[in-house]
Design a protein around this ligand. Structure first.
Ligand code: FES
Length: 339
């Protein structure tokens, strides 16, 4: 049977059909709840159950701890109602205005950005434009019904071509296709824009944390911010496994030269023996912790693998970041149907 859900503080109401998660039903009803991985791994969709009961579904401990469950929290991408519900959740309002479209597109350009990252540029039919907020992503709709999500790396105002960055994952079905089969002029179908990872209005400094190709949506956000002449303080921590994995460092280096309000901190997890590296090393989110003794006055925008996003959320909030000032987008790097 269908259950009724009421969101607080907005009072928005919608029904959840049997088999649907709370998030699926909310999105169908036109209410943009925040989300990232949609598989219980990142914690972006977390909210509080004020009344009623849910089946929590499959969740990872890093995204929803036992203590948080005790306090009434659930991950709405996984939770299914067992009764009518009243939920406390932060709703995204700006993306509600943007239509989600299914569109054909043509591969216009393919370029290796480093040894294992491919840049893909797509052209839409001349009568179409994809309206989106910088930071959002699109789904590729594949012939067998599978989908593959990739973030848009271009700013919306520079949308003659859609730019995407994809890291090669050996054996990943879409990776193998992009790196070994895809060619210029191929026709694909996409659906978007999707996601709630975009820059919120604020005077607070914005701390961006990218892991690998998590740089793509942040590139879109920062390009847009610079195009707009945004004056708030912006800092990017970009983490990579080795120096050779940091695939376009000259771009944020240039931004840092051109914009006094922007700082770039590359962080290499473990440089290869043949690489000379005198910069920061270790885990990227720990570099933020080393630099900020108190995060209570900033907004954090984090994009990368679910484990990094979950660790950043936990440690940044423990360092004083208000939980509702943590914005994230996460994706699987290895294995799984999405690669
Ligand atoms: S845990 Fe729900 S969207 Fe990632």
């Amino acid at each position: 049977m269908a259950y009724q859900v009421t969101l607080q503080p907005s009072g928005h109401q919608f029904s959840v059909q049997p088999g649907q998660t709370v998030l699926e039903a909310a999105l169908h009803a036109g209410y943009a709840l925040p989300y990232g991985c949609r598989n219980g791994a990142c914690g972006a969709c977390k909210g509080k159950v004020l009344s009623g009961r849910v089946d929590y579904g499959a969740t990872q401990e890093g995204a929803l701890s036992a203590a948080e469950r005790e306090q009434g929290y659930a991950l709405f991408c996984s939770a299914r109602p067992l009764t009518d519900l009243v939920l406390e959740v932060h709703e995204v309002t700006a993306v509600q205005e943007i239509p989600v479209k299914t569109l054909p597109c043509r591969v216009e350009r393919l370029e290796r950005l480093c040894h294992d990252v491919m840049g893909i540029w797509l052209k839409l039919p001349s009568s179409e434009r994809l309206q989106f907020l910088p930071g959002q992503y699109i789904d590729f709709l594949l012939k067998d019904g599978r989908r593959r999500s990739l973030s848009l790396a271009n700013a919306p105002e520079e949308d003659a071509l859609l730019e995407l960055h994809m890291r090669y994952v050996p054996g990943g079905f879409f990776s193998e296709h992009v790196f070994n089969v895809m060619k210029v002029k191929d026709i694909l179908r996409i659906r978007g824009p999707l996601g709630s990872f975009y820059l919120r209005e604020s005077d607070k400094p914005a701390v961006f944390v990218a892991g690998g190709t998590g740089f793509a949506p942040i590139k879109a956000i920062l390009t847009h911010a610079f195009n707009q002449g945004l004056k708030r303080e912006l800092v990017l921590y970009w983490g990579a496994r080795a120096v050779r994995d940091l695939y376009m460092p000259q771009l944020p280096e240039r931004w840092a030269r051109e914009h006094a309000n922007f700082r770039f901190v590359p962080v290499i997890q473990s440089p290869l023996p043949e690489e000379s590296w005198s910069g920061r090393t270790g885990h990227v989110h720990e570099a933020v912790l080393a630099d900020y003794s108190d995060l209570s006055g900033v907004q954090a925008y984090v994009c990368g693998a679910p484990a990094m996003v979950a660790a950043a959320r936990r440690d940044f909030v423990a360092r004083g970041l208000p939980a509702d000032e943590f914005y994230s987008d996460s994706f699987e790097f290895q294995g799984g149907p999405g690669t």
